[in-house]
Design a protein. Structure first.
Length: 142
């Protein structure tokens, strides 16, 4: 009887360990780095649900809905930071790193301006991000 109890407890502990490993692996997979295409589509894709479109709309509302602006700029900052973790479709890695780091810095500046609730700085940072696209696209877009 004692032996069955020990075996049962051991099996339960092993089963729990397997479950924990499975859950940890699943959550790590859920947080994978988005691809370059996914980042660009989420920020600048077509439609009103992209982060860029949401931010453009939020910045024109009077009074400014800072909760919506900050939620969007936080997501943009996260997405732009992810680009440096990826490889370019074409072009060299050093150039990619330079462009990706600059874009991430712009995303961070955008988010910081929104956190300060500085409308002019937020609009300016958003415009600057929009003007920075073509250099990188010429060098790295597949």
């Amino acid at each position: 009887m004692l032996r069955r109890l020990v075996y049962g407890a051991t099996a339960a502990i092993v089963g729990l360990g397997v479950l924990m490993v499975a859950l940890t692996t699943a959550s790590a997979d859920d947080e994978k780095t988005p691809t370059n295409k996914e980042v660009m589509k989420k920020i600048n894709g077509k439609g009103a649900t992209t982060e860029g479109a949401k931010l453009k709309t939020a910045l024109t509302k009077k009074p400014t809905d800072w909760t919506a602006v900050q939620t969007t700029t936080r997501e943009i900052a996260t997405l732009t930071a992810a680009l440096a973790k990826n490889e370019p479709k074409k072009g060299d890695a050093a150039s990619w790193k330079k462009f990706a780091d600059a874009y991430a810095a712009q995303g961070k500046a955008l988010d910081e301006a929104a956190e300060k609730k500085d409308l002019a700085a937020t609009q300016s940072a958003f415009q600057q991000m929009g003007r920075s696209c073509m250099g990188c696209h010429r060098a790295h877009r597949g």
